[in-house]
Write a protein that binds this ligand. Structure first.
Ligand SMILES: *[C@@H]1O[C@H](CO)[C@@H](O)[C@H](O)[C@H]1NC(C)=O
Ligand SMILES: *[C@@H]1O[C@H](CO)[C@@H](O)[C@H](O)[C@H]1NC(C)=O
Ligand SMILES: *[C@@H]1O[C@H](CO)[C@@H](O)[C@H](O)[C@H]1NC(C)=O
Ligand SMILES: *[C@@H]1O[C@H](CO)[C@@H](O)[C@H](O)[C@H]1NC(C)=O
Ligand SMILES: *[C@@H]1O[C@H](CO)[C@@H](O)[C@H](O)[C@H]1NC(C)=O
Ligand SMILES: *[C@@H]1O[C@H](CO)[C@@H](O)[C@H](O)[C@H]1NC(C)=O
Ligand SMILES: *[C@@H]1O[C@H](CO)[C@@H](O)[C@H](O)[C@H]1NC(C)=O
Ligand SMILES: *[C@@H]1O[C@H](CO)[C@@H](O)[C@H](O)[C@H]1NC(C)=O
Ligand SMILES: *[C@@H]1O[C@H](CO)[C@@H](O)[C@H](O)[C@H]1NC(C)=O
Ligand SMILES: *[C@@H]1O[C@H](CO)[C@@H](O)[C@H](O)[C@H]1NC(C)=O
Ligand SMILES: *[C@@H]1O[C@H](CO)[C@@H](O)[C@H](O)[C@H]1NC(C)=O
Ligand SMILES: *[C@@H]1O[C@H](CO)[C@@H](O)[C@H](O)[C@H]1NC(C)=O
Length: 591
């Protein structure tokens, strides 16, 4: 099943397929050659699937098929499709076994199916390496996403020059990408996200002139953003979150006018400039998060009328919010400008727009600040630089959102759960579910700020209940661990109105979303960073790894100095780990 981590869900045009069976009935009595039946038996054994071979293995003998069926491959297509029949003999042309709890390994014997054009083994628990023997198949579509596949991409894969669509997302494939991938000139989709690829992007990829969709996010791939992407004139979707790539974008990048999804984050290096996007007038989703842009917000952004998602958070953008932005507000769903250095005023038209807006953590400084810090879908906490304007709501100011008299010396929160008392400590209830651009404070005790939405899964709650049983907790504390708060991007807890002094911060984590069974839910990997009082204390933190498995408790202890009555604990996603397990958009902090 094709589930994309980001970008549009594209169509696969299998125009090259020759469906010589024009009529299903005509084909039904035809048979597979014995060699293919033998191969299927071995394939099924290796995949760990039971099959009754007394019945015809082809559960669909294809008539004319709408090539766009492959858009829903796995949902609509049965698992073995046979076609290209001649005389009494048909051949296996497609195998689709997405989400079937397969626990075996990738079978060499697929290469014995010499007419095979599509394989979908995604969302299983398959291991092993990609067999070099597959190079001899006439594959057009290969989807191995969300498994446990290891090893390198074999050089031989570059011989499958018919390949148009290659999905390897969410596996453990490592090493450098082979130069031979540049020989796959028919490719229009290359999804390599969330693996362990290292080295630089090979120059040969510049030959992929037909590529429209490229994702490499969540890999420690290095080097500068290559100028050969200027050759990718058909590019529609480019995703590079959480890599070790370095900016800036090469100048030629500005000529890629067909881009609609440009999703980049955590880019190192760069020149601080806003990339030249003025001719990308079809942008629908633009994410340039945490990449040290120190420029002003360009006015031309307001001319791109089909914008839906705009995330420029965690940069150092300066200047005012341009008036032209008004032009795109009606189409936008999410606008994240938080954690920048924007100055001037928060425009009134922005507050009235009714869309999810996060402008928290900026340096606005115009008089007449808003008289609230959030509206439920507009988050403005800490958005003003002033620290001493007493007419301003304290939560708008940087540093000290306490509006009362500092008097607290401790704070307990049951993240994502009900109020509960353990050992005479009362844990606060934390069940709010409006997380995309959210701030709320609970009396003078604590506050919460959360940014980000779950891509393709926008109704996914921001609080979770465990799917795995919890181990390593006493009966008394188990209830603490059965719920958690999630945030796809950024989550901040504030202890408010605290007496100044030294505090112990104890953060409790259990991975309660991924499972420890033998399904694809067990192959998810979560990474996030944690800072306390502005200092990073955990980088690339992986709960399950730290706790030795899912459903197990790990407690991280820190000490923190409170000197202006506020304690701030910030958890942030830096683009790493998987993003489509167990469903789209699942990534980022969990506590
Ligand atoms: C298929 O074979 C069965 C018996 O094997 C026969 O009854 C039927 O008529 C055949 N169908 C066609 C369309 O030839
Ligand atoms: C695959 O084919 C077998 C045999 O026809 C059938 O029992 C099974 O339900 C099919 N699975 C899917 C996902 O279509
Ligand atoms: C896969 O396993 C899970 C968990 O055991 C189960 O809920 C699901 O129904 C299984 N799916 C299939 C297609 O067998
Ligand atoms: C599959 O292909 C291999 C190598 O090409 C060959 O040795 C083997 O005999 C084939 N198996 C079948 C069942 O045809
Ligand atoms: C790409 O294909 C050409 C021609 O078939 C071949 O000579 C070359 O070695 C291939 N490149 C790689 C890196 O495999
Ligand atoms: C690239 O795409 C065009 C238009 O869809 C097609 O005609 C051409 O054959 C493709 N090139 C390759 C190498 O597949
Ligand atoms: C990725 O590869 C590195 C070595 O290159 C290894 O140390 C690390 O454990 C791998 N990561 C995963 C998640 O397998
Ligand atoms: C880009 O395309 C040009 C001309 O089509 C070609 O000469 C060049 O080698 C390509 N660049 C790379 C890095 O492949
Ligand atoms: C954008 O895509 C269209 C249609 O695929 C193509 O004709 C056009 O050349 C592309 N634009 C650029 C700048 O390459
Ligand atoms: C955008 O397109 C115009 C007209 O084609 C061109 O003059 C300008 O240089 C382009 N801008 C960039 C940044 O590429
Ligand atoms: C926006 O578009 C209008 C009309 O097409 C044009 O006059 C204006 O210069 C553009 N503004 C920017 C900043 O590109
Ligand atoms: C936890 O509760 C269960 C039954 O509710 C009981 O059997 C078990 O002994 C308790 N464990 C501890 C450590 O108290």
């Amino acid at each position: 099943m094709t589930r994309f981590s980001d970008g549009v869900v594209p169509f696969l045009f299998l125009c090259a397929l020759v469906w010589s069976c024009s009529e299903t009935v005509h084909c039904r009595n035809q048979t597979l050659p014995q060699s293919e039946v033998e191969a299927l038996k071995k394939i099924w054994a290796k995949l760990g699937k039971h099959w009754d071979f007394t019945v015809n293995p082809c559960n669909r003998i294809s008539g004319p098929v709408d090539p766009r069926d492959y858009y829903y491959i796995g949902d609509l297509l049965p698992n073995v499709t046979c076609a290209t029949c001649q005389a009494n003999t048909c051949h296996v042309t497609s195998i689709s076994l997405s989400g079937q709890n397969l626990t075996g390994s990738l079978p060499d014997e697929l290469s014995n199916l010499t007419f095979l054009q599509a394989i979908d083994l995604s969302f299983n628990y398959l291991n092993g390496i990609i067999p070099a023997a597959w190079a001899s198949t006439p594959l057009i579509y290969l989807d191995l996403g969300a498994n446990r596949i290891t090893g390198r991409i074999p050089n031989e894969l570059g011989r499958i020059t018919t390949l148009q669509n290659l999905h390897l997302e969410s596996n453990l494939i490592e090493g450098p990408l082979p130069q031979s991938l540049g020989n796959l000139t028919s490719l229009w989709l290359l999804n390599l996200a969330s693996n362990n690829f290292t080295g630089t992007l090979p120059e040969s990829l510049g030959n992929l002139k037909n590529i429209t969709y490229f994702t490499i996010g969540g890999n420690p791939i290095t080097g500068k953003i290559p100028s050969f992407i200027g050759n990718w004139t058909q590019l529609d979707t480019l995703e590079m979150q959480g890599t070790s790539l370095e900016g800036p974008f090469p100048p030629i990048f500005s000529t890629l006018q067909n881009i609609t999804y440009l999703v980049v984050s955590d880019l190192k290096g760069g020149d601080g400039k806003f990339p030249p996007l003025q001719n990308m007038t079809h942008l629908y989703k633009l994410v340039l998060r945490n990449m040290s842009i120190t420029d002003e917000l360009p006015a031309y952004i307001g001319n791109m009328t089909i914008f839906r998602y705009l995330d420029l958070s965690f940069n150092a953008l300066t200047g005012q919010i341009p008036d032209s932005l008004k032009g795109i507000l009606s189409g936008l769903i999410y606008l994240f400008l938080n954690n920048n250095k924007l100055t001037g005023a928060i425009p009134d038209w922005m507050l009235k727009s009714g869309i999810h807006i996060d402008i928290s953590y900026n340096s606005f400084n115009a008089p007449n600040a808003p008289c609230y810090c959030s509206t439920g879908i507009v988050n403005m906490v800490s958005s003003y630089s002033s620290i001493d304007d007493n007419s301003m709501k304290p939560c708008l100011r940087r540093n000290n959102p306490c509006s009362g008299v500092p008097k607290n010396s401790n704070l307990f929160i049951n993240c994502g759960g009900h109020k509960i008392t353990i050992d005479k400590n009362e844990y606060q209830e934390d069940m709010d579910n409006q997380g995309a651009s959210y701030y709320n404070s609970y009396g003078d005790k604590w506050a919460l700020s959360s940014t980000g939405y779950f891509t393709y899964n926008e109704s996914q709650p921001y609080v979770a209940k465990n799917v795995s049983p919890i181990s390593g907790a006493s009966n008394a504390t188990t209830e603490l661990y059965t719920t958690a708060r999630l945030s796809p991007i950024s989550l901040t807890y504030y202890g408010l109105c605290l007496l100044n002094g030294n505090y112990t911060v104890r953060l409790h984590f259990v991975e309660i979303i991924f499972t420890n069974d033998k399904t694809y839910s067990a192959v998810g990997r979560r990474f996030f960073d944690v800072s306390i009082q502005g200092e990073w204390v955990l980088r690339d933190f992986n709960i399950a790894k730290e706790a030795n498995g899912t459903g197990r408790v790990t407690i991280q202890n820190f000490s923190a100095m409170v000197n202006s009555n506020t304690l701030e604990i910030h958890l942030q996603w830096a683009g790493k780990g998987t993003r489509n397990i167990p469903s789209y958009g699942v990534h980022g902090p969990l506590i």
